[in-house]
Design a binder for this molecule. Structure first.
Ligand SMILES: [Zn+2]
Ligand SMILES: [Zn+2]
Length: 368
């Protein structure tokens, strides 16, 4: 079978739209006809080389679509189901999976960085040459092959462009608030960075019942959007000192929970300084793996807890249908996250806009 996909052949070069081939499905595979695929900053990091993956590779890890076919061992979805892809398929029985930490799943950790599926192989090729899978999804394409645990059925009422966002940015942000920080009703939360992940951390804090939610960013437009997502207060860190502003909003102590979603280098120290003694800092941002990020020792004192999360404690088969239902009853905002919809052919324009920082999410729409 042959279909179009956006392929990264070289670091720093645009994606190339071309016809690629997919091998026959193996017993645990699910073939998804993609209908929408969100452009996430992590794709951009791979394109720029700050996140190293083998090339050539098909990027895209925020996908939604319809199950086209399944391998003979697949039981949880069937052709025709509407699904959201999870970028963390897992084996379900390794050391970490049985300790309820599928994000650390051993086969996933071994094969994901090599651009393979959970069984350590690729299903994709272009003109006979092997192609790599980005995080076992490759959603910037007309179809993708994912392991069964990477295709989660959701209600068919949710539109595909909204649904795909749940697969990465929404899950990571909302999950950071509800699963990782376990934000308490009536508590205070400060979120650094009001991009896609930060806005979702804000709405996660709102869903968890936080009373005071402070959004921090350097762009007034993003802070306005943050209010729509549930921020009760905003701080422009370009004009004001965020830790002192947050302390003055929280009885001088700092926020019960701080969530860092701004990319770490400039936000880790202020986020720590804005966390109250005994409070929790959840780090979502990332930088190059060998980069050093200095921290003032005193800010680590005071019984603060610091934790890093990649996927918001996701259990996709539990969380994706729930988040979709929250959207359908008007409690989860997704419409406001989409700045632009584009065709697969225009995907590089979307990444150019992302680099300029003037979009929340661009979504590639794929035909029926
Ligand atoms: Zn992502
Ligand atoms: Zn596992």
């Amino acid at each position: 079978m042959r279909f179009r996909a956006a392929v990264l052949h070289q670091i720093g070069q645009p994606l190339v739209i071309e016809d690629i081939d997919v091998a026959e499905l193996r017993p645990g595979d699910v073939l998804v006809r993609l209908r929408a695929s969100g452009l996430c900053h992590t794709d951009w990091e791979v394109m720029q080389g700050s996140l190293a993956y083998p090339l050539p590779i098909v990027l895209g890890h925020e996908g939604a679509g319809v199950v086209e076919a399944v391998g003979r061992d697949v039981a949880s979805v069937r052709p025709g189901d509407h699904v959201i892809c999870s970028w963390n398929p897992f084996c379900g029985h390794c050391f970490y999976c049985v300790r309820d930490q599928p994000i650390l799943c051993e086969p996933f950790s071994r094969h994901q960085p090599r651009g393979h599926l959970l069984d350590g192989t690729s299903r994709l090729s272009v003109q006979g040459a092997k192609l790599h899978h980005y995080s076992m999804i490759c959603s910037h394409a007309e179809f993708c092959v994912v392991p069964e645990s990477g295709a989660i059925a959701v209600p068919r009422e949710i539109p595909f462009d909204r649904a795909c966002l749940i697969g990465c940015g929404v899950m990571t942000g909302v999950g950071a608030a509800i699963h990782i920080a376990k934000v308490q009703p009536g508590s205070s939360v400060a979120v650094f960075g009001a991009g896609a992940v930060g806005l979702n951390a804000i709405q996660g804090a709102r869903l968890a019942g936080a009373e005071r939610i402070v959004a921090v960013d350097v762009k007034d437009g993003k802070l306005e959007l943050a209010r729509e997502f549930g921020a009760t207060d905003t701080v422009n860190a370009g004009r004001d000192d965020a830790p002192s502003a947050i302390r003055s909003l929280t009885g001088g102590r700092g926020a019960d929970t701080c969530i860092e979603a701004a990319g770490i280098v400039h936000s880790l120290q202020p986020a720590l300084d804005a966390t109250r003694p005994g409070g929790t800092l959840v780090i979502l941002g990332k930088t190059q793996v060998d980069a050093k990020v200095p921290i003032r020792w005193g800010s680590l004192m005071g019984e603060r807890r610091i934790t890093r999360s990649s996927y918001g404690g996701a259990r996709p088969s539990r969380d994706f249908p729930y988040l979709a239902r929250l959207y359908l009853v008007g409690k989860l905002k997704l419409d406001e996250l989409i700045t632009e919809r584009l065709t697969l052919e225009r995907i590089n324009d979307g990444f150019a806009r992302m680099e300029r920082g003037d979009l929340v999410r661009a979504v590639v729409m794929l035909p029926d």
